[in-house]
Design a protein. Structure first.
Length: 293
């Protein structure tokens, strides 16, 4: 094995290590961004009982106030929604989905300075469905469905009052760093991985051998993330032991994040194994063809 061959192989291995680091970065980016989507925020709102939290704690304000549930209830009463219907709305499972959607838009507002958050049309439709179902079960309420839907629409419009002005919420938060993280285009990392694979192709002068140099970091990183995602109890205990007072707030967040990491880790590791199998099959065919010649 001459010096040039050793250099090429060393460069290919170095590129494979860089691919591993890029895959790790991709997983962290994906997992972090996934926390802010509607579905995961809905789970978080339910598990952390966000509706029972002080609204000023949620929005990083100093003064003490009422809970989010109490604020929602008051807005509903101001929109002429009957108490019986409001009770059913707040008790429903849909309320977590609805506010998952609302807080997803709230994050966009706080991070990117967009318009104040509003419920999406499908969330409003869910709200109307729950309200109409409640109205049907309370025959004593002298209210038409169409009229109730008008009140629900007004209630949805009034929800923007819950969120304070952007500068009040941000305070001393490192909003620039958060903005960079959430808005970072993952396509750049994929392009870097592609570029490294092209370099490996030229180093090894082979079209199929780069599959191995991609599969190995995928398998290693996937297994590591799957193991990390399985350590929910250990990580929760460690973090909560240092942040005991924040357990109801932090613990569900850790669980959701580790669940995402575990799922992504399993997907990446299986994809890596699949690529490795393809490489082994192609390599065997090439070796056999070479022997027959």
């Amino acid at each position: 094995m001459n010096f040039l061959t050793i250099t090429r192989k060393a460069l290919a291995i170095s590129c494979s290590v860089l691919i591993f680091l890029l895959i790790v970065a991709l997983v962290f980016l994906y997992s972090g961004k996934s926390l802010t989507n509607r579905e995961n925020l809905s789970h978080y709102i339910k598990n952390a009982e966000v509706l029972n939290m002080d609204i000023n704690v949620i929005f990083n304000l100093e003064e003490s106030g009422i809970t989010l549930k109490e604020k929602i209830y008051q807005l509903g009463l101001d929109s002429n929604i009957p108490e019986e219907v409001l009770d059913d709305i707040i008790k429903s499972e849909e309320i977590n989905i609805i506010f998952g959607d609302f807080f997803s838009h709230t994050i966009d507002y706080l991070v990117n300075g967009l318009d104040k958050p509003q419920l999406s049309s499908d969330s409003i439709d869910k709200l109307k469905e729950v309200a109409n179902f409640s109205l049907e079960s309370h025959i004593n309420l002298m209210l038409e469905s169409e009229e109730l839907e008008i009140y629900i629409q007004d209630f949805a419009d009034q929800l923007t009052e819950i969120v304070p002005q952007r500068h009040e919420v941000i305070g001393k938060l490192p909003i620039a760093s958060i903005q960079t993280f959430l808005n970072f285009n993952q396509l750049y990392l994929y392009l870097l991985i592609l570029g490294l694979l092209i370099i490996i192709t030229f180093c090894l002068w082979s079209i199929y051998k780069p599959l191995k140099y991609l599969a190995i970091p995928m398998i290693v990183s996937g297994v590591l993330f799957a193991i990390l995602g399985s350590m929910n109890n250990f990580i929760n205990d460690y973090v909560i032991s240092n942040l005991e007072g924040l357990k109801p707030l932090i613990s569900p967040l850790i669980t959701i994040l580790l669940t995402i990491v575990f799922k992504v880790g399993v997907l990446i590791s299986f994809s890596g194994v699949f690529l490795m199998i393809i490489y082994v099959v192609i390599n065997r065919i090439v070796i056999n063809n070479h022997k027959t010649k």
